[in-house]
Design a protein around this ligand. Sequence first.
Ligand code: FAD
Length: 283
Amino acid sequence: MPVLVPNTLDEAITMLADTPGAMVLAGGTDAMVEVNAGHRRPLDVVAVNRVAELRSWTYDGAAAVVRIGAAVTYAELMEPPLAELVPALAEASRTVGSPQIRHAGTLGGNLGTCSPAGDGLPVLAALDALVHLASARGERTMPVAEFMIGVKRTARADDELITAITVPVLDGWQGYSKVGVRNAMVIALATACVAVDTPGRSVRLAIGSVGPTIIRCSEAEQLAAAEVDFTARTASVDTVARFGALAAAASRPIDDHRATADYRRHAIGVLAARLLRRAFPHE
Ligand SMILES: Cc1cc2nc3c(=O)[nH]c(=O)nc-3n(C[C@H](O)[C@H](O)[C@H](O)COP(=O)(O)OP(=O)(O)OC[C@H]3O[C@@H](n4cnc5c(N)ncnc54)[C@H](O)[C@@H]3O)c2cc1C
């Protein structure tokens, strides 16, 4: 299959417009697995990992946002200063695959695949990230919650490139947790991200691997916002327990060959409660 290798964003967009149905290839850690397994037979490939605009990130301190190019890798997300600006994304990145996968795999590819178990996605959902798309028809930006529409289904059109993800930089604790059948090289059975916005007095919770796509747990978020003390960083034992229970109740897991729905629901409750306790360590 022909592989087109653009050097600029404009070239990449033109190539996608000129080769309808072409497969975008970033790190290839999902796409090539599908091709090798015969699940996907692209006629053309547009390999975007030489496009500098997609490989870089910028921080706008005044707006308190980081704009992360779609082809930025997990290994790059794990390094300061990016890791200090969005610590939960760094934490999630550390749980991805092996060093080889973390050096090749990209955040844009995680979004492109849109698996409910994608480790970057609960963090992007909890932080209300924005996804930027571009094609020869123009550019558009949408909340990540609108971009992810189902199991491996996104709002991206065939000729669109994910160019970047804008992530708000919050003033507050944030963290990510994952349960799998072992500690490394594992597809998650349950994941959770808690992000605290201390000046905004909000606690965000997003959960993964327990529904068709990532779920925001609004009832748990409202409970936490009403009951924690943002200044003293306290949360009662009862608040932490009810936060976990509401997270479990918001999950929509299924039984599959990896775990039962009951186990996944239980795991979500434990992860959410532990994360809230880490965010508010005092009783
Ligand atoms: C051994 C192994 C272990 C893994 N472990 C984990 C894990 O622990 N956690 C996890 O979340 N994932 C894991 N993965 C899956 C994979 O590494 C991630 O989903 C990764 O983020 C994919 O990124 P990529 O750059 O390799 O994407 P690719 O494979 O290049 O692309 C993935 C999909 O996104 C599309 N795409 C990529 N970039 C763009 C773009 N800029 N615009 C539009 N579409 C685009 C592609 O067309 C394709 O459909 C693992 C994979 C392997 C092989």
